[in-house]
Design a protein around this ligand. Structure first.
Ligand SMILES: Nc1nc2c(ncn2[C@@H]2O[C@H](COP(=O)(O)OP(=O)(O)OP(=O)(O)O)[C@@H](O)[C@H]2O)c(=O)[nH]1
Ligand SMILES: [Mg+2]
Length: 203
């Protein structure tokens, strides 16, 4: 993360989804346009994207949190100050669709995420026989589950890059720019680290 953007106000986006969904692959492909070999995330990764909206420059920080079962209980620690959720689904893994649906629904019950916009990314579209976006919208009952919040679902492939630029653009459209007085990226990341440490010590 460079110094250049570190004094910009931050809008935080949370990247969630089951283990193996492709979150980290997607994050690095979006950031560096490179396919990076990943290992299961224990903890989180964070990357920053410069965004301009309504003549305001701000930093979109994307927080990619590990999706393994034992990591999921830490997800709520990241809810505070999140302006939008991006939920990544492994569209090639039909056997785990019900589990992904359950975790998404669970996440959306969070008080801290109430009314926050949601993007559902149907990843691994390069794999033959992957679930289509329509299948995911229907089988996850997304229209009902999302209720009044802004949301969209989009096909993508973190491996090939298909759909990622559009997804980032749509996420940018969906969120409100942070106010000038919002904490900057550096302060926010430091505060979040302290908050996470505090939570884990108290657990
Ligand atoms: N074919 C294909 N494979 C993908 C795609 N995206 C990710 N993968 C593969 O899926 C596996 C898991 O990817 P990760 O990015 O590590 O998954 P993750 O969601 O970060 O997993 P956790 O960190 O455990 O939560 C890796 O072998 C990736 O190469 C994709 O779009 N297509
Ligand atoms: Mg990961």
């Amino acid at each position: 993360m460079g110094q250049r953007g570190s004094t910009q106000p931050e809008a935080r986006v949370l990247l969630l989804g089951l283990d193996n969904a492709g979150k980290s692959t997607l994050l690095y492909k979006m950031k560096h346009n490179r396919l990076v070999g990943t290992v299961p995330t224990i903890g989180f990764n964070v990357e920053m994207f410069d965004v301009k909206k309504k003549k305001k420059n701000f930093a979109l920080t994307v927080w990619d949190v590990g999706g393994q079962t034992e990591m999921r209980r830490h997800w709520p620690t990241f809810h505070q100050d999140t302006v939008a959720v991006v939920f990544v689904v492994d569209a090639a893994d039909r056997d785990r669709a019900a589990e992904a649906k359950r975790e998404l629904e669970n996440t959306l019950t969070s008080e801290q995420l109430r009314g926050r916009p949601l993007a559902v990314l149907a990843n691994k579209q390069d794999v033959d026989g992957s679930m289509t976006v329509t299948e995911i919208i229907d089988s996850f009952h997304l229209r009902k589950t999302c209720g009044d919040r802004d949301w969209f679902a989009q096909p993508c492939s973190a491996s090939t890059g298909f759909g990622l630029e559009e997804a980032l653009k749509r996420i940018g459209h969906m969120i409100k720019p942070p106010t000038e007085s919002a904490p900057n990226v550096k302060e926010n990341i430091r505060d979040t680290m302290n908050y996470i440490k505090f939570k884990s010590v108290r657990r």
